[in-house]
Design a protein around this ligand. Sequence first.
Ligand SMILES: *Cc1c(COP(=O)(O)O)cnc(C)c1O
Length: 348
Amino acid sequence: MRKWEKLIRKVEPYVPGEQPKSENVVKLNTNENPYPPSPKVMECLKQIDQLRKYPDPAASELVRAIADYKGLKESQVFVGVGSDDVLAMAFMTFFNGEDPILFPDITYSFYDVWADLFRIPYERLALDEDFLIRKEDYRRPNGGIIFPNPNAPTGVAMALYDVEDILAHNQETIVIVDEAYVDFGGVTAQPLLDKYDNLLVVQTFSKSRSMAGMRIGYAMGSERLIRAINDVKYSFNSYTMNQPSILLGKASIEDEAYFQETRAKIMETREWFKKEMKDLGFSFPDSSANFIFARHESVPAREIFEAARKENVYVRYFPKARIDNYLRITIGTREEMQKLLDFLREYL
Ligand SMILES: *Cc1c(COP(=O)(O)O)cnc(C)c1O
């Protein structure tokens, strides 16, 4: 092997859900929102004529809109290219210790990828039988902690009381709560920011605001943390946020009525879908997200996954220990869920 070959960074990349080319599919595999973004976002899109210029490197208009909406100072908000970018920056900024960072064994599969990429030691702590985080496990020396709430791909939400328990036992390292799905029924850790200056809460426009294609995510934290993560960002790329993202993100925040209406529709569809799935012999942990994580009493998940795919119905299947008999099914429109149910009734 030549030297440069040895010097290549070896990584096993994250595998995103499939994006089929055909339009004619029921797509319930990547937790996208079935509804379009706010009409105000689409209106704003037509008016963008600033593409010739570099965007504002601080994305101030978007930061201000988020800060006002959340009741925070602008200096407490960091924005990035989807929460994936925000989380990657946070790993790079805050997880530089010798002790392993901690996260659940069943969780967002990007965490171990970033840890490997940035050469951060990590330890995966097993969820209990019911896929709940065992908060007592997070009382050991660590270089930082991260978990989603609600967790992915299980959909299980942790009570604020338990999130605080983890923080209370970990005030020496950074604790990141990834709230990608919080708007579908979880409880945000944002109120704990006043008490814990080592807490970083990360949210995204991709799921509840129907803007996955726009790539907007943000972190909320103490001014110290936000300054530190901004320093890393500016050492890497000043212009992470493009002009359309800045303006359209702001337009989305300004349409609160539409946001409330669409997230309520998804939660309503989810609760109806849960009942239908139980009737078909599926079981699942109670989800507070825009997906459910379900197994069937007799038919293996992989078989259902493959059969559905042949019928152009896409759900997500993870061939991984402990979860290889589950399907993660995104909540789409009622009509889409009905198509899936029709398929399942026939197939099973
Ligand atoms: C979808 C998701 C993200 C990333 O979403 P972005 O589109 O990058 O904002 C982060 N964490 C979890 C747990 C997710 O499911």
